[in-house]
Design a protein around this ligand. Structure first.
Ligand code: PTJ
Length: 259
């Protein structure tokens, strides 16, 4: 990691890549987390590694939903524990959400390691760890993401699931929960099935959501509700796809290499 000079034009992305690799060696990130990250990077390249305007609208709706929720929960996996632990903890504090470790590749070791990362980043309470007999299950899911905390995702009304796989999104929706996801791939099953989909890099999305939480907290309940009522996830997904297609179209007309 120290080999990357800070003035490298893609420093942030390369630094993050190495943090994810280290996270895998430290048994925080799943091996498949590296592949998932690479897929995300490819979409982020198309975005120009910047937040597009449409994403701010998605993020605003997401924060409004978290602020209006009675029992909001942020679901944490290995990748996001490495990429943006501080932002997630700040977001939880500002929206009154709980934090729960929920893993696709769940092992006791990873559970504990992720809890330690979150505590080191300032979390006071981390749900979903060492559940034993206390564990509840999400119906219709066969993999380990079904295991949830009885005081967290199980009873939550709004669940924030950054970098998710499609099955659980659908199952959570069948349980009557509102699902908010962050996924750079606007056509993934998770993106399509979620109530609010943020098509942006999770680091930028959570940083911006923390700032938005400060602003939106000042609004009345009525105003927050009108943000949600006026929000159309399908339309916003179309906007995301349009943005990406236009970026590629613009690039196709440019000379890509100077000189
Ligand atoms: O830590 P675990 O055991 O819970 O496992 C986590 C992974 C990510 C391995 C697991 O959930 C998984 O396999 O996810 P998928 O099905 O690969 O989906 C991950 C989605 O996140 C893909 O659609 C990626 O495009 C997207 N993605 C990857 N990196 C980012 C991202 N979206 C936003 N920001 C990123 N940095």
């Amino acid at each position: 990691m120290s080999d990357i000079p800070p003035d490298h034009p893609r420093y942030l992305s390369l630094k993050e890549r190495h943090e994810i690799i280290e996270g895998m060696h430290e048994k925080i990130v799943a091996e498949a987390g590296l592949i998932a990250h690479g897929r995300g990077e490819a979409f982020d390249y198309i975005l120009g590694e910047k937040t597009p305007d449409y994403a701010l609208i998605q993020e605003e709706a997401a924060v409004a939903a978290l602020l209006l929720a009675e029992k909001p929960v942020l679901s944490i996996n290995g990748n996001v524990a490495i990429i943006c632990p501080k932002e997630l903890i700040q977001l939880a504090e500002k929206t009154g959400a709980k934090i729960e470790v929920n893993l696709f590749y769940r092992t006791k070791e990873r559970e504990k390691n992720i809890e330690a990362v979150l505590k080191e980043a300032g979390a006071k309470e981390v749900l979903g760890v060492n559940l034993g007999k206390k564990a509840k299950t999400i119906p219709e899911i066969s993999h380990k993401r079904r295991i949830v905390d009885p005081g967290g995702i199980y009873i939550a009304d709004v669940v924030f699931v950054p970098l998710e796989d499609g099955d659980r999104t659908m199952a959570l929706k069948k349980m009557g929960k509102t699902v908010i996801c962050v996924d750079l791939n606007p056509i993934s099953r998770t993106s399509v099935w979620s109530d609010i989909t943020i098509v942006n890099h999770v680091r930028r999305a959570t940083q911006e959501m923390v700032e938005l939480a400060d602003k939106l907290k000042e609004l009345s309940e009525e105003k927050l509700k009108s943000i949600i009522q006026n929000y159309d996830n399908n339309y916003m997904l179309q906007e995301s796809v349009k943005f990406m297609s236009n970026r590629l179209l613009e690039l196709s007309k440019q000379k890509l290499k100077e000189g």
